[in-house]
Design a binder for this molecule. Structure first.
Ligand SMILES: [Zn+2]
Length: 67
């Protein structure tokens, strides 16, 4: 659990902001946990992909984190 998860849980971060934070914090997180955060973000994108077209470029960015 990191600040990204906590803020996502409390709905204080949009998926986009969370992804930006992940990029910034990537080096300070365990690789295992980066994977977990990426999964959370993927799930959020999946559940919103129909009405959040502007987030589609996030998919490309998240692709960089697939292990
Ligand atoms: Zn976390």
């Amino acid at each position: 659990m990191c600040i990204i998860c906590i803020d996502l849980e409390k709905e204080r971060l949009s998926t986009q902001e969370a992804f930006r934070n992940l990029n910034e914090m990537y080096d300070s997180l365990e690789e295992e946990h980066v994977k977990e955060v990426v999964e959370i973000l993927f799930e959020r994108l999946h559940s919103r992909m129909n009405d959040e077209d502007e987030e589609s470029d996030l998919w490309d960015g998240l692709g960089n984190f697939i292990f």
